[in-house]
Structure formats: structure tokens, C-alpha cells
Design a protein around this ligand. Structure first.
Ligand code: FAD
Length: 447
């Protein structure tokens, strides 16, 4: 089997580095010889230290610091941020109950009053405020679709709320946390990490925009390309360096001020050959994407990026399978166009799904590329017109089976891009068809 050449860091590797980082404070507590008590206490201690360190590291995952983003990929770090956020919520919400749980066995008659005491003691007040805020913010994250808040308002609230939570939680750790009480350097570590985490937020909101301001673009054209999609083309406004790999994405803001942070991630649908122009396929979904028709040629656009690791550079696959759902055709077209520019001789397969034929884009160009490469394509429609020769329904196991059962499929890379639900379903189907996990790359159109 052909070993996978990674591009540039896999999600698994990033996760390993992340766990090493969040476990480091706990490991350091042993190096310093801090007291170890019973097994249960030690477990609670581990979970408390890891909980706080995860909370602080959440800020590093979303910071878009170039040096980190280049190696880890912002799509990977955002994915890790979201997944760890869920776990962190449980960890922190359980924290006070894990501390009092033994009392329910040792002295059950005092357990309830001890629990009440823990929640109301003046010295634990900052911890309790952090805990209550965490509860509200976790519920807001879980029910974010139902809160009625726009994504932007939700994001501001999310950042402000969690800054308050980490400051309160750090105060709690250095005043009440066991290691904090006994060891000054542990306090210094928490305070330093907290300051860095708050610094990351300030970086995202105040420093990063200054960098973005140095690479202004302007709208060339924004027109309806299919029933549901806009094709947006923008152009560099100046001679600054800007390069990207096909399949990457950028955050775009069309607000007058670069500090407004009213930005949305969209994947580039072209290759670097198109520079100084860059194009996107954008599906109408909500407040922002529905009013893209109001953009006028010449209007300023702020571009943060390129970001992401959904690229075919630095990979060594012997075949490429491209699977697009809806607006996922944008980056998939970018990669396909790049393969065509490179006159790639490997087998290429394209599966492209949508609800209706009116939502399909680039069909003529796909046909033309197909005639130049060793390529086959399958169109999938949920509601096909009469005399449709493709597959009816979703991109499912039936559609994927023929491709995945090719004798060389184990050495092919499978690129999936589309709405999160579609990406998850296709990934599971591929895994069930024995496609190696490290041969599957995906970009979900949503973090
Ligand atoms: C890496 C990445 C690449 C993407 N590429 C494309 C693309 O090429 N074409 C395309 O049509 N869509 C793409 N998306 C999705 C696109 O960003 C959202 O559809 C768009 O931001 C929706 O904005 P809205 O205000 O119109 O919709 P809303 O109704 O406000 O939002 C719909 C959903 O989109 C997500 N969303 C909204 N605003 C943001 C934001 N600022 N940042 C992150 N997510 C947000 C949220 O999950 C929200 O629930 C991509 C998303 C990601 C994460």
C-alpha cells in the first residue's frame, strides 16, 4: 500500500499535539512533586487541570496565527475547537459534582448541604460565576440556531462570554484549586496562559484586521450562476503578494470597515492561474448570502486568507475522487481545474450532487475537462427531471461502491466538500466501503 504523504498536517496529528499541550500542566505538576492523594482525587485533579487548560487552549485554536495556520490548517483547528468545545462543556459542568460526589457515599446525610455550601461559599464565588456563565454559553452554543441571533452576534457574544469565563476560572484555579493553593509557579502558569488567551482574542479582533487591510480586493462581478448560487469574482486591488492552492478558502468581508468582523468563509473555486482574480460559488442560505446581489463592481472586499488544507498539493495519491454536494462544487472545481491545468494523467472521478438540475453549475466545463483527462463523472439529483441518466437520490453507498471497489482505490484520495450533514454521510459510507481513513479529505461548509 502506498503510504500517505500528508498535506500539511493531518487532523489526527493536530489532535495528538493538542492533547499533549493540554496535558502538559498536569504532567508538570508531577515534575514539581505536588502532592498526590487517592486515585479518585487524582482523577478529579486531572480532569480539573485538563478542563482549565482546554478552555484556555480553545482560544489558540481559533486565533488564525499564520505560523500555526500554515502548518495545522484553520479548517482543522476550527474543527478541533468545535469538537473539544462540546467535551469541555461536559467537563466543566461536571466539575463541582465530581468534587462532592464522594460525600454522597462517605457521609450521605451531609452531602446535599455540602453541595449547597460548595456553590455558595464566598471563596468559590468566581468559580461558581464561571460555572453559571459556562452553562448559559453551552446552552447558547447547542441551541444557536434557535436563539434567533445572527451568526455575527452569536460570535461576538461567544468570544466576550468565554473571555469572562476564563478570567473567572483562572481566578478560581489560583485561589481555590489545590495546586494553586500550594504552588506559586502553577498560579503563574495559569495566569500566563490566561493572558495569552485574552491576547489571542485581541489579536483576532484588533491586530489581524490590520494585516487583512493590507490586501484589499474589489468586486469584479457577482451574478446568479445557478438557481441557488452566486458566482462572485473579486480582484486584487494593488500589487501585494497573494497566492493560494486550489481548494483553500478565505474569509470575506464586504463591510466598509475591516474591523467590523462581519466576515464569512468561502472556498475559492479557481486556481492560482486566475490571479489577480479569484472566484467563489456561494449558495444563498441566510441573511448575508441572500443579499449578495447588492454588491456593486468596484466595491471594496476584505479577504483574510488563504486558509485550509483541503488541497491536493503534497499528496501522492494514484487517483483522485472528487465528491461535491451543492456549493461544495466551488473548491472541487478549483481542484479539478488545477488537475486539468497540470494535464494530470491519473484516474479522476467526480460525483456531483444537488437537489434539482437547476442548481447544477459548470456542467459544460465539467464535460470539457472530462474529455481532456482520464475522468468519469456521476451526477446525482434528489429531484431529477425526466430522462435524467444520473443517480436519483443522495450521494450514498450505492453511488460510491463502484468507485471504492476499484482495485487501486486504496491508493486514491477522496475529497468531499458540501454541507456538514452530507460530508458526514459520505465519509461514513466510504469508511464502510473500506476506504482508508487517511485517504479521505473533507471540507465542511460550516464549522
Ligand atoms: C471552510 C468553509 C468554507 C466554506 N465555503 C463555502 C463556499 O464556497 N460556498 C458557500 O456557499 N458556502 C461556503 N461556506 C458556508 C458559508 O460560510 C455560510 O453558508 C455562510 O457564511 C452563511 O451566511 P448567511 O449569513 O447567509 O447564513 P446564516 O443563515 O447566517 O448562516 C447559515 C449557517 O452558516 C454558518 N455561518 C454563517 N455565518 C458564518 C460565518 N461568518 N462563519 C462561519 N460560518 C458561518 C452557520 O453555521 C450558520 O448556521 C463555507 C464554510 C466554511 C466553514
Amino acid at each position: 500500500m502506498l503510504p500517505v504523504k500528508r498535506s500539511p498536517m493531518s487532523f489526527g496529528m493536530l489532535s495528538c499535539l493538542y492533547f499533549a499541550a493540554v496535558l502538559l500542566p498536569w504532567a508538570l505538576s508531577y515534575v514539581e512533586g505536588l502532592a498526590v492523594r487517592g486515585v479518585y482525587e487524582e482523577l478529579v485533579q486531572l480532569l480539573s487541570i485538563v478542563g482549565l487548560s482546554m478552555m484556555l487552549f480553545q482560544f489558540f485554536l481559533t486565533a488564525r496565527v499564520d505560523a500555526v495556520a500554515r502548518h495545522a490548517g484553520v479548517d482543522n483547528t476550527m474543527r478541533l475547537h468545535t469538537r473539544m468545545g462540546e467535551f469541555l462543556g461536559y467537563l466543566i459542568l461536571l466539575h463541582p459534582f465530581l468534587i462532592v460526589a464522594p460525600r454522597f457515599f462517605v457521609a450521605p446525610s451531609f452531602a446535599l448541604s455540602d453541595t449547597w455550601d460548595l456553590f455558595t461559599r464566598p471563596e468559590t464565588s468566581t468559580g461558581m460565576y464561571a460555572w453559571c456563565l459556562m452553562l448559559v454559553w453551552v446552552l447558547m452554543a447547542v441551541f444557536k440556531e434557535r436563539t434567533g441571533l445572527s451568526y455575527e452576534s452569536w460570535r461576538y457574544t461567544h468570544s466576550a462570554g468565554f473571555v469572562a469565563i476564563i478570567i473567572l476560572a483562572t481566578h478560581h484555579a489560583v485561589t481555590v484549586g489545590r495546586h494553586g493553593r500550594y504552588n506559586a509557579w502553577f498560579d503563574t502558569l495559569w495566569i500566563a496562559l490566561c493572558v495569552l488567551a485574552v491576547g489571542m482574542v485581541l489579536y483576532v479582533y484588533f491586530v489581524r484586521p490590520r494585516k487583512v487591510a493590507r490586501q484589499p480586493f474589489r468586486v469584479v462581478d457577482c451574478a446568479k450562476g445557478s438557481e441557488s448560487d452566486w458566482y462572485l469574482t473579486i480582484e486584487k486591488e494593488g500589487n501585494f503578494p497573494f497566492d493560494f492552492d486550489a481548494g483553500q478558502f478565505t474569509w470575506i468581508s464586504t463591510s466598509p470597515s475591516v474591523f467590523a468582523r462581519n466576515e464569512h468563509p468561502f472556498s475559492i473555486a479557481t486556481t492560482r492561474k486566475s490571479l489577480p482574480k479569484v472566484s467563489y460559488v456561494i449558495r444563498e442560505l441566510g441573511d448575508y448570502t441572500r443579499q449578495l446581489g447588492k454588491l456593486v463592481p468596484g466595491q471594496r472586499v476584505w479577504v483574510d486568507g488563504p486558509h485550509g488544507v483541503f488541497t491536493q498539493n503534497a499528496r501522492n495519491a494514484r487517483g483522485v475522487v472528487l465528491i461535491a454536494g451543492g456549493a461544495g462544487i466551488g473548491p472541487i472545481m478549483g481542484i479539478l481545474r488545477e488537475l486539468c491545468d497540470q494535464k494530470d494523467e491519473r484516474p479522476i472521478r467526480l460525483i456531483y450532487g444537488n437537489r434539482t438540475i437547476e442548481q447544477m453549475s459548470f456542467l459544460t466545463e465539467i464535460e470539457s475537462i472530462q474529455s481532456q483527462l482520464d475522468m468519469e463523472s456521476i451526477l446525482v439529483l434528489e429531484k431529477p427531471p425526466e430522462e435524467f441518466s444520473g443517480h436519483t437520490g443522495y450521494i450514498n453507498r450505492d453511488v460510491l461502491e463502484k468507485i471504492a471497489s476499484h482495485p487501486d482505490a486504496g491508493t486514491w484520495d477522496f475529497y468531499i466538500c458540501g454541507p456538514p450533514i452530507m460530508v458526514k454521510a459520505v465519509e461514513s459510507a466510504l469508511l464502510s466501503l473500506s476506504v482508508p481513513r487517511d485517504r479521505i479529505l473533507y471540507e465542511q461548509l460550516g464549522f
